[in-house]
Design a binder for this molecule. Structure first.
Ligand SMILES: [Zn+2]
Length: 272
């Protein structure tokens, strides 16, 4: 599932290719990507709009349009945006085509159909965005914020990192990598962490997410950039997907455990 670094990679790709372009036509192949609007209304509202900016909040992509309208996209499991100047044949995973000017096509492709495209009048009206926690790469990620969010909780730190209302954008891959970098076991609870450990965690959150963005995200299964090339951070993962392989730091076999129906990977020696 795309997490913050993958969404940021998609946003940067779209910023280079679709900003200032006018949406000249829209074709919806599968309605459930755009619920609750009908495909007629979705098409009608978007046609003629110009894409002013493409930004990110948590795992949401935000297309700010002119006249005033916002398109919020969430990729969920397998959603992706492809921008091409070729005229492809519709593929069974294509959900929506956005014709941009006369030269380009932006395709929303989603094999598993969990991704969503939603129109809102303004960002202030987007309740989903208001519920998100702070951006981890902003100055708002402070030791105090982590103390307030994590230090009073008896929930495991792995679950707390995945909670989008506390810190937005971290998913299963980066939660494991961040905890390895911070040398904290995923089994610890928020209220067991010392101030020094919270400081380490803050540093590791920013270090791992920035490193992953620098490598254009992680392509383990479906994630692709808008030019359909893969990210490269899968080559730099230290624990995720490495169960029973030797820890790169101490050679102890990496363990895989299940927490809230999701895999966590960690080194039982390095992470206490
Ligand atoms: Zn180790």
């Amino acid at each position: 599932m795309p997490e913050l670094p993958e969404v940021e990679t998609v946003v940067r790709g779209l910023q280079k290719s679709v900003v200032s372009q006018q949406i000249t036509s829209v074709q919806v192949f599968r309605n459930n990507a755009i619920t609750p609007l009908s495909s007629e209304l979705f098409t009608q509202r978007l046609t003629g709009c110009t894409i002013e900016t493409v930004t990110r909040r948590g795992k949401y992509l935000i297309f700010q349009l002119k006249p005033q309208l916002c398109l919020l996209a969430h990729l969920r499991m397998t959603g992706k945006f492809i921008v091409t100047s070729l005229l492809p044949q519709p593929h069974k995973h294509h959900r929506v085509w956005f014709q941009l000017g006369h030269q380009q096509l932006m395709i929303f492709d989603d094999m598993r159909c969990f991704g969503t495209l939603e129109l809102v009048e303004s960002l202030e009206q987007a309740k989903k965005l208001q519920q998100l926690g702070i951006e981890p790469l902003s100055a708002k990620l402070t030791l105090n914020h982590l103390k307030n969010c994590f230090n009073k909780s008896s929930t495991t730190i792995k679950s707390l990192l995945l909670d989008q209302t506390k810190v937005a954008g971290i998913g299963n891959i980066y939660a494991s990598e961040i905890l390895f970098d911070a040398k904290i076991s995923p089994l610890r609870t928020g209220n067991q962490l010392s101030i020094q450990e919270l400081k380490n965690l803050k540093k590791s959150i920013q270090k791992i997410l920035k490193a992953a963005i620098d490598k254009n995200g992680t392509s383990i299964s479906d994630f692709r950039k808008v030019d359909e090339k893969t990210g490269e951070f899968q080559n730099f993962l230290k624990v995720y997907g490495k169960n029973e392989l030797a820890c790169s730091h101490c050679s102890t076999p990496i363990q895989r455990i299940i927490q809230q129906q999701r895999s966590s990977f960690f080194c039982p020696s390095c992470q206490q």
